[in-house]
Write a new protein. Structure first.
Length: 70
C-alpha cells in the first residue's frame, strides 16, 4: 500500500511487476514538480516500466540494472 499524502521525492526499488501495479499510487503521492525514482529491475525490463510511467524523462543504467526518473 502507498500511504496518502504528497512528497517531493518518491523512491521505489521493487520488481517491475510491482512498479506497474503501483504506478498510479506512486505518481499520486508525488507533489507537482517532484521526482519519482523507480528501480529494482534489469535493463531488458525498462520498456515495461516506462509503459506504466509515461512521464518518464530519463533512464539510467548501471551494469544490468536500470533506474527510471519521472
Amino acid at each position: 500500500a502507498v500511504a496518502a499524502g504528497a512528497v517531493d521525492l518518491v523512491m521505489a526499488n521493487i520488481s517491475p511487476e510491482a512498479i506497474v501495479v503501483l504506478a498510479g499510487d506512486l505518481l499520486r503521492v508525488r507533489k507537482p514538480g517532484g521526482v519519482l525514482l523507480a528501480s529494482g529491475f534489469e535493463t531488458h525490463e525498462v520498456e515495461q516500466v516506462r509503459a506504466a510511467l509515461p512521464e518518464a524523462r530519463e533512464v539510467r543504467h548501471k551494469g544490468k540494472w536500470a533506474l527510471v526518473v519521472v
